[in-house]
Ligand binder design. Structure first.
Ligand SMILES: Cc1cc2nc3c(=O)[nH]c(=O)nc-3n(C[C@H](O)[C@H](O)[C@H](O)COP(=O)(O)O)c2cc1C
Length: 289
């Protein structure tokens, strides 16, 4: 998840039992131009299956970056065809890739042909009021994609309302490759339901925010450490990632707000966190938790 799944958070989710973790969406174009900020996003310390998510609409840029061996430490390359953000769609990336299936076929087949790892595609029901996910998925399968990840909302729905649960089964019945469910997974019943209709796996997004324990809970595993220890570990690991205290504090406050959501007096604590400008303030708060 963009702006959220930093390398430290991915490592913690993996410690808590996630079987696979995925980077934030990474621009193929920025990697082609060796952007140091983007290259940094490829840091990966997790011990479970590691996936890097790429986005872009230019086959040449994609071919160049996958040829560069940029992803040698990843197991899977996922390709984003679902991001609804206006700045991404305006640039013909993310869910805009669902507009012209034949054009996108060129991009995906270039990725599959030039990448020496399994490629998955993450997409939505459709864009511009058109639900073309079945046709889109069939194109991906024809390109040699290894598995599909559906977030069953349209681009226009963003993250609102509920996912269209019937879409996953329709998709499974239409393709031979595995289908992963993304969208609103929160409980063991949700996981069981996804499995019962034939999903090969589930992905957890928003419900993992401030809550890496969800991966242990849903699998009946004993958590490796406490939430407080997870917060401390997250912060410690990020100290080596952000060059200034100001950028680290600004970024980590967001995670801290999610972490404290479930604890007593969360509202009062969140109001305090909003005012934080130094690491000391964060560390002093952690001592009181
Ligand atoms: C803050 C945020 C950032 C996201 N970034 C990405 C992204 O970079 N790539 C992607 O495929 N999906 C991204 N998503 C979508 C999620 O992966 C997921 O498909 C969606 O939130 C529905 O699943 P959930 O209900 O488990 O969150 C993002 C979602 C949120 C809320």
């Amino acid at each position: 998840m963009a702006g959220v799944t930093d390398f430290a958070f991915r490592k913690i989710c993996c410690d808590f039992g996630a079987n696979m973790v995925t980077t934030e969406m990474v621009s193929a174009k920025a990697l082609e131009h060796s952007s140091p900020r983007t290259a940094k996003m490829l840091r990966e310390d997790s011990t479970c299956l590691k996936c890097c998510q790429l986005f872009g609409h230019e086959p040449e840029a994609i071919k160049k970056v996958v040829e560069k061996d940029t992803f040698s430490h990843f197991d899977i390359i996922d390709f984003n065809c679902g991001c609804p953000a206006p700045k991404i769609v305006k640039n013909n990336d993310g869910s805009a890739m669902m507009r012209d299936i034949e054009k996108t076929r060129t991009v995906i087949s270039t990725l599959v042909e030039n990448c020496n790892k399994p490629v998955s595609i993450k997409f939505r029901l459709g864009i511009d009021g058109k639900e073309n996910y079945i046709e889109f998925a069939k194109m991906c399968e024809e390109c040699g994609v290894s598995f599909l990840i559906l977030h069953a909302r349209t681009r226009e729905q963003g993250y609102a309302g509920e996912v269209d649960k019937s879409a996953y089964k329709k998709l499974i019945d239409s393709v031979k490759i595995p289908v992963i469910w993304s969208g609103d997974i929160k409980t063991k019943d949700d996981v069981e339901y996804a499995k019962s209709i034939g999903c090969a796996g589930v992905m957890i997004g928003r419900n993992a925010l401030g809550n890496p324990e969800i991966f242990s809970t849903l699998q009946g595993k004993t958590p490796p450490y406490t939430k407080k220890e997870a917060i401390i570990k997250h912060l410690e690991l990020l100290k080596s990632y952000y060059r200034t205290e100001k950028t680290l504090v600004a970024y980590f406050k967001k995670h801290l707000m999610w972490y404290v959501k479930s604890i007593e007096c969360a509202t009062a604590i969140k109001l305090k966190i909003l005012q934080f400008t130094t690491l000391k303030e964060i560390e002093d708060l952690l001592k009181t938790l």
